[in-house]
Structure formats: structure tokens, C-alpha cells
Design a binder for this molecule. Structure first.
Ligand SMILES: [Zn+2]
Length: 370
């Protein structure tokens, strides 16, 4: 998800046309992960957007287990820095320790601790004063596992600390305290729904924009801790279940229907007009894509491109967002999901699907809103 939220109402009620929903491969058939949709017995929502979704206290979930956040992706080596670093086996037996720094590498399905012993995967690593993993996030505890000759580091973060930390990266501290409180509720709800249906058996969320931006527990301003504390245990629900509390920075004037964004309807994520983000610095964007980059993207999406490569928007949703992109070259023409194109080009470059693709020189200008 992206930086900034411009109005509490938009946070809580508006559909999101930003990053695709968690767990959904853009090329896969349009379906939400099981259990993420409203109960089948729920009657369809009618009459536009509800005036307010109830905030529900769910202390029994909120006080439960921590959030498991995948830091980065598969890695050959993980460097951990901290004081009195200790490691335990999955069964809780102490297996290793170190001072200052330790590099973990992978040998088959085992984890090598520094230059020393091989440990069974997974291990839990902790330091009383917090650790930096590969120089970045400061967390108190991390589970490291070896799979397929790669290492994965999953930070284990208490829910309310996670909420404050994410809010601090998704909005600036200058926002109104009530807007930050609304964001905290959305972040918490998103996390709890992810914990109900984890992305993978090993973790609930990833640390990036595919879920919610998490950069560790340091540099979290007091206003974000206050927003989390002021809403502690509060979530958004829809008909008794956790709502999909997706949020975005800037919609560009109109939010998207969930069905058009993801292929599957969510009754309370309906397109609404919005003028709250008119002043947003992310209102308009442009990305100049080179011919070389266009060819790379085309290849990864199944078209081996020559010099005659053409890329254009083939299908648009009712709100004007790109639904399908046509990629043609050398007698081959393919329509791919615009979300897949955006993912391949990079979420930070192609910032939304509300875009135009125009050939310029040897490459393209991709310009959009939101
Ligand atoms: Zn907007």
C-alpha cells in the first residue's frame, strides 16, 4: 500500500485500486483467497456506500499472537546485528549465540550459524535490545527458516507495535490525529484479516506495498503510537467478520469497484467520487519507459518482442482504469491483466491503473493519476 491517506472516510469506506490484493497472482483466474469474501449467506449490500461501518472491539483477537512479517524475500545470507544475539530451536532449546553480529547462510535445508555449526530449520533469534536484519529493520525477534536452499527471515512483532510502525510509514506525522486513528484501525484490521488467512504458512504479511509497509520498530513517532493506543483493539467489521480494510494514497478522483480491480466483488468496496486527494502530491504521475524495459516486460509477460513492439491499453473498467494491456510484436499479440503489467513494471513506477500509454521516441510515456 502507498503513502498517505487523505480522509478518514476514504480510508474506511473507499475501494482501492492500488496494489492487487494479497495472495492474488495477477495472471491467475480472478478470485480472492478463500475466506476473504463476505459469508455467502450475507445479502448483497444495496444503496451505495454505508454511512459508517461499525468499529468493533475484538480484544480476544487483538491480544492474541503477534504478526509474522516477511522481511525481504528469499536470501542466500542474512546478517543479524545486535547485542547478545541468541538462537533457539523450534522446540525452544538454546542452539547458538553471538555478540555484535552474525551471518547466517544456508546449506541445503540447514542454517549455518556464522562459520560454525549447522542448525535445523527453523530457528528463533532474539536480542534483548533489538536486532538489525541486513542493516535494516530493528525488531526484537525473528524466525529464520531454510527452504529450497534459501533463507527467509520473518519478524515476529506484537500487533499494536506493528500497527504503530506501519502507520508511521503509510502517513506523515502532520496528519490530523483522528485521521491517524482511522489509519491505525485500518492497519490493524488488515493485519488481523491477514492473520486469519496467512499469505503463507510461514508468515502473515510481507513488509512491502503488497501488504503494508513495515520498516522495523525504530523511528516511529509518538503520534503513531498514540493513534495505535487510542484505538487499541478496534477493527472494522462487515456483518460480523473482519472487513478488507485496504487503503491507498490517492485515487485520482474516483475509487475503483473491487470487482473491477480484483475480479471479485466486495460489497462495501464500491466506486465513489472523491475530491479529498485533489491536493495530493501523488495526484498525477508519469513514467518514461525505455524500449529496452518495454521488451523486458513483454518477455516476462509472454511476448518475445522485436523492434516493432506495441504496448497499449486494450480494455478499461467503468471508471477508466486499465483492465487489460495489449502487447504485440513480431506477429504475436497478447492481452494481459493490467495488474500483471503494473507489477512487472514496478508499483513505484506505474503508480496506478488509471493511466494512458503513449509511444514517445523509442519508448513510451505512461502517465496516470492516483
Ligand atoms: Zn481520492
Amino acid at each position: 500500500m502507498l503513502l498517505l491517506v487523505f480522509a478518514a472516510a476514504a480510508v474506511l469506506l473507499a475501494g482501492c485500486a492500488g496494489a492487487p490484493p494479497r495472495g492474488e497472482a495477477p495472471s491467475a483466474p480472478p478470485a480472492l483467497p478463500a475466506g476473504r469474501e463476505p459469508a455467502p449467506s450475507a445479502p448483497p449490500f444495496r444503496g451505495g456506500v454505508p454511512s459508517a461501518l461499525p468499529r468493533l472491539k475484538v480484544p480476544e483477537i487483538a491480544s492474541g499472537r503477534p504478526v509474522r512479517v516477511l522481511l525481504g524475500g528469499a536470501q542466500k545470507e542474512i546478517r543479524i546485528a545486535g547485542e547478545s544475539i541468541r538462537a533457539w530451536s523450534a522446540a525452544g532449546a538454546p542452539v547458538a549465540g553471538g555478540e555484535g553480529a552474525v551471518a547466517l547462510s544456508v546449506i541445503g535445508e540447514k542454517i549455518r550459524w556464522g562459520a560454525g555449526k549447522l542448525l535445523d530449520s527453523p530457528i528463533d533469534v532474539a536480542s534483548p535490545s533489538g536486532m538489525r536484519i541486513d542493516g535494516k529493520p530493528l525488531v526484537a525477534r525473528v524466525r529464520v527458516s531454510a527452504r529450497g536452499a534459501m533463507l527467509y527471515a520473518v519478524a515476529v512483532v506484537p500487533l499494536e507495535e506493528y500497527v504503530a510502525a506501519v502507520a508511521s510509514r503509510e502517513a506523515p506525522p502532520s496528519f490530523h490525529p483522528e485521521a491517524l486513528s482511522a489509519l491505525a484501525v485500518a492497519v490493524r484490521t488488515y493485519a488481523l484479516l491477514s492473520m486469519e488467512k496467512p499469505r503463507e504458512p510461514t508468515h502473515d504479511v510481507v513488509a512491502g506495498v503488497e501488504d503494508q509497509v513495515f520498516e522495523g520498530l525504530d523511528h516511529v513517532a509518538e503520534v503513531f503510537r498514540k493513534a495505535a493506543a487510542a484505538t487499541r483493539g478496534e477493527v472494522l467489521s462487515y456483518r460480523g467478520s473482519l472487513a478488507r480494510a485496504v487503503f491507498h494514497s490517492t485515487c485520482g478522483g474516483r475509487t475503483e469497484n473491487a470487482k473491477d480491480a480484483w475480479g471479485s466483488d466486495v460489497p462495501y468496496l464500491r466506486s465513489v467520487a472523491c475530491d479529498d486527494c485533489l491536493e495530493s502530491p501523488a495526484r498525477k504521475w508519469e513514467y518514461r519507459m525505455t524500449a529496452k524495459e518495454g521488451k523486458r516486460i513483454a518477455l516476462s509477460l509472454g511476448v518475445r518482442a522485436k523492434e516493432d513492439l506495441k504496448i497499449s491499453v486494450a480494455v478499461r473498467s467503468s471508471t477508466g482504469r486499465a483492465g487489460k494491456i495489449r502487447i504485440s510484436s513480431n506477429g504475436v499479440s497478447r492481452e494481459v491483466a493490467a495488474a500483471a503489467f503494473r507489477k512487472e513494471a514496478g508499483y513505484a513506477r506505474v503508480k496506478s491503473l488509471k493511466m494512458e500509454i503513449v509511444p514517445v521516441g523509442n519508448g513510451w510515456s505512461i502517465a496516470g493519476e492516483g
